[in-house]
Design a protein around this ligand. Structure first.
Ligand SMILES: O=C(O)CCC(=O)C(=O)O
Length: 344
């Protein structure tokens, strides 16, 4: 169990492995300890659980109820919403046993067609989880020694931040529909999240699995509806981010100061976690993933102070728009980070 009470787990297949990851990160603990735990987990797994995160259970249950009620509509009503999808994930032929709805928090007009109670549940939820994401990013910046701790979080707070909320509904899989050749059926195939950070939460139904770096094993993650799971995204793995000229004027900072302040990176110090969701349950599973992304024209580039002869820059500079386009044109499980390595 990742981030669970006992910190032990059994990995799928015949091979059993007990892995010590430790309990979930308790956000109410002394800040210094929280920072250390977050950095360690981000370096080792790119994944951790946070408890005592401060988001009201009321906000969470409203969002979950709104999501269940959306998915309980007849199929033709759901397909009337352009960002609703089922079974097809992305544009490259990936399939999964799920239905989903994508909501863009910064484009409030995209919620225009939804009932007002749905809209307010979404807006409240996004506001609350974005705060959690920003707080974590500020601690990460502090932990890796970035002088301005808002360096990462500013990308999510930016008016043009390309963040989104994805609601995934995995209906119960009847035994007659499950694949006889597999001990599991894929709800959402293996991938890493392209953005900076993901704040993920599910109802009390199993399904999420993470891949352990260098071990080739899948680790089932016990659900905990009172907690959030945090995925390090690809951009945070590379990251250093630096806004383009447009943003300089928006934030009204001196260019020199602004460049310095927003130069943040992990240059491969953190890893983005590969994960998947399986449907081996007879219960409906609902997951809600907030993906914190930078503005489209944010430049992702390693800053000189993090690049040394011993640790040369791993990735070439690129914009988030460029990376996003690559991510969307490849298969879900493809290694897209590889295309942005300095040597290619
Ligand atoms: O349902 C889950 O737990 C994972 C969902 C996921 O990986 C995604 O939406 O990208």
């Amino acid at each position: 169990m990742v981030g669970g009470g006992c910190g032990r787990c059994v990995v799928e297949g015949d091979q059993e492995e007990v892995i010590r990851i430790g309990g979930g990160v308790d956000m109410r603990k002394e800040r210094k300890l929280v920072v250390e735990e977050i950095v360690r987990a981000s370096e080792e797994y790119g994944f951790f659980k946070v408890v005592n995160h401060g988001v009201s259970p009321h906000i969470i249950s409203n969002m979950e109820e709104a999501a269940f009620s959306f998915f309980s509509q007849p199929f033709p009503s759901k397909t009337a919403f352009p960002t609703y999808g089922s079974n097809n994930i992305g544009f490259s032929g990936d399939l999964g046993h799920l239905e989903y709805l994508i909501l863009h928090p910064t484009h409030y007009s995209s919620l225009f067609h939804y009932p007002s109670n749905f809209r307010s549940s979404v807006n409240e939820y996004i506001k609350a989880v974005r705060e959690v994401a920003c707080e974590i990013l500020e601690m990460m910046a502090e932990g890796v020694g970035v002088p301005n701790t808002w360096a990462f979080s500013a990308l999510l707070r930016d008016h043009d931040s390309d963040s989104l909320l994805r609601l995934n509904h995995y209906p119960p899989l009847l035994p007659s529909h499950s694949s006889p050749s597999n001990s599991y059926n894929l709800g959402f195939g293996e991938h890493s999240d392209p953005q900076i950070i993901t704040i993920l939460r599910s109802n009390d139904v199993h399904g999420l699995q993470i891949s352990l770096p260098d071990k080739g094993l899948w680790l089932p993650v016990s659900p905990d509806p009172s907690a959030f799971f945090v995925n390090v995204g690809d951009v945070l793995q590379f990251q250093c981010s630096n806004y383009c000229g447009f943003h300089r004027s928006v934030l009204n900072q001196s260019v020199q100061c602004f460049d310095w302040n927003l130069k943040v990176m992990t240059n491969g110090r953190f890893v983005s976690v590969r994960h998947r969701a399986v449907t081996n349950s007879h219960k409906s599973r609902m997951s809600m993933a907030y993906f914190g992304g930078p503005p489209l024209n944010a430049c992702i580039v390693a800053p000189p102070e993090m690049v040394t002869p011993e640790r040369p820059s791993l990735y070439r500079p690129f914009t988030w728009a460029e990376y996003k386009q690559a991510a969307y044109s490849l298969r879900l499980g493809d290694n897209r980070i590889h295309h942005f390595r300095s040597s290619t």
